[in-house]
Design a protein. Structure first.
Length: 267
């Protein structure tokens, strides 16, 4: 078998989830490491945390593909006492190359948003596309789909919680009859108007802001709010499987650090 390099992994990701779909503010691709390094085994993780680096090392990996870019804002110095500095130090110390597949993964036509919508039980999926020029096909900034059976807001929240094995879900609104639902991975609250325009009666995303909730509810849109990490963790399995299928190297998931996230309500 031919050698698998970091360059080969970048090309593989670019073929199933092209980097041209990343938002211009984003920082995707090779973040730490060298394109010509040979890859033994790949770890996939939502984030580059101290624990995920340690787990990757234990698993014998020398490459981590993260969803969130560990270096996002430009940095002028690498201070090992800062969180980012510590992560860079650890990665270099253990010979770990780091690649980020962030909004290219979310919004490419067969990426995270589409996968998430189908995992949550939606069918007849169509993209919700923001106007973004020069893309080979419309981006999947969000997804709109149908439920097999109409439900009310509370039942939809319960169904989604069960389907994703999420430890919590919040819902807003009391629509009695929802059959069309929009989904956006991560903090997608800004997309609520596009979701409504596309015909959704409910919108599923994370990290909703107070004013987004207020305006969406007044416009008649029900909202289902999930944990950002748990929602995106769900799509890391699909990312890992795609990488494995495209490059033929062992891939292991080292994510799931937020599974214990709980919200407890007391009366
Ligand atoms: Fe995210």
């Amino acid at each position: 078998m031919s050698t698998v390099t970091i360059e080969k992994i970048l090309k593989a990701i670019d073929s199933f989830s092209p980097f041209c779909y990343a938002y211009e503010w984003d920082n995707c691709g090779l973040i730490i490491g060298s394109r010509d390094r040979e890859v033994r085994k790949i770890a996939v993780s939502l984030d580059l945390g101290i624990k995920s680096v340690e787990k990757a090392v234990q698993e014998g990996c020398n490459c981590i593909v993260t969803h969130h870019p560990p270096v996002f804002h430009p940095i002028k110095k690498i201070d090992f006492s800062s969180y980012t500095g510590k992560l860079i130090e650890k990665a270099i110390q253990f010979g770990i190359n780091v690649i980020a597949a962030h909004t290219n993964w979310d919004t490419s036509p067969n990426g995270g948003n589409k996968f998430l919508a189908s995992q949550l039980g939606l069918v007849e999926l169509e993209p919700i596309s923001l106007p973004r020029p020069n893309l080979p096909s419309p981006s999947w900034d969000g997804v709109i789909g149908k439920l097999k059976f109409p439900v009310n807001t509370e039942a939809l929240a319960e169904e989604i919680k069960a389907r994703g094995s999420f430890s919590w879900v919040k819902y807003y609104g009391d629509c009695p009859n929802i059959s069309t639902v929009a989904v956006c991975e991560g903090a997608g609250g800004d997309l609520w108007q596009e979701a409504l325009r596309a015909g959704a009666s409910a919108f599923v995303t994370a990290e909703l802001k107070h004013h987004q909730i207020q305006e969406a509810l007044d416009a008649g849109l029900s909202l289902i709010e999930l944990s950002h990490a748990q929602m995106e963790d769900l799509t890391m399995q699909a990312l890992a499987e795609k990488i494995k299928a495209y490059v033929g190297v062992d891939v292991v998931l080292v994510t799931g650090a937020f599974k214990e996230e709980k919200i407890i309500y007391k009366r």
